[in-house]
Design a protein around this ligand. Structure first.
Ligand code: CTP
Length: 210
């Protein structure tokens, strides 16, 4: 099968020296890419900037911004049987980019932000993606309720929900504990390394293909 996986944070530039981003290390997405390859699948990994090595045998597309990730996913998802969107895409970006470095003159600075394009939300409606669609939900409360809502709104086959309020799992950690939310059931993958969690997610996603 052909897997498309997104990973890492995106960077939304303010000026040539600065950007808005988040704490994603990319580990979960890279573990997914490695696990899918290990299982014999073809893998395209579309990733924002991380400090990680690309798993052997994986096709790699480097992006910086949410817009670049959107464009890459739009162009490459047509070939995929399974898409797993694990990236921590910035939800907002600066409205204006300053070509010159912003000088430290004002005591207070207000930066206006606008929404970035919703890649997961565009998969079915705009890109016409017909394969197995897996999204991630990083929540600090109401994990199941928000996760199930995301599953429905974004027409996913599976949402992998994790509680990012816990310091021992999730963002920028080596371990994770997730709840798999399917349309008809839920399954908890108990705390384990991101590599082991990734293997289970790949197996579940592959099994969802009709
Ligand atoms: N995602 C995306 N494009 C974005 C933002 C998020 O593809 N611009 C994807 C992530 O890769 C992840 C999922 O959407 O798979 C996370 O959704 P999120 O943005 O948290 O969901 P929303 O319900 O849109 O937002 P919120 O939880 O903040 O209400």
């Amino acid at each position: 099968m052909k897997f498309l996986i997104t990973a890492g944070p995106t960077r939304e530039a303010l000026d040539p020296a600065r950007y808005i981003s988040n704490r994603s290390s990319g580990r979960m997405g890279y573990a997914l890419a490695g696990a899918a390859r290990h299982e014999g699948h073809d893998v395209v990994l579309i990733s924002g900037p991380t400090a990680l090595d690309v798993p052997a045998g994986v096709d790699f597309v480097h992006v910086e911004s949410a817009q670049q990730m959107y464009d890459a996913v739009r162009d490459l998802c047509k070939d995929a049987d399974v898409a797993i969107l694990c990236a921590a895409v910035a939800d907002y970006r600066p409205v204006a980019y300053s070509g010159q470095k912003i000088k430290k003159t004002a005591d207070r600075l207000i930066i206006e932000l606008e929404k970035t394009p919703d890649i997961l939300g565009s998969m079915r409606s705009t890109f016409g993606f017909g394969g197995v669609l897996v999204g991630f939900a990083a929540e600090t409360s109401n994990l199941l309720e928000y996760g199930r809502d995301k599953l429905r709104r974004k027409q996913c086959n599976l949402i992998v929900a994790n509680d990012v309020s816990r310091p021992d799992i999730g963002f920028d950690t080596r371990e994770n504990e997730v709840t798999l939310i399917f349309p008809d059931r839920e399954e908890v993958l108990e705390k384990d390394t991101k590599e082991h969690i990734a293997l289970h997610i790949i197996e579940h996603a592959a099994a969802l293909r009709p």
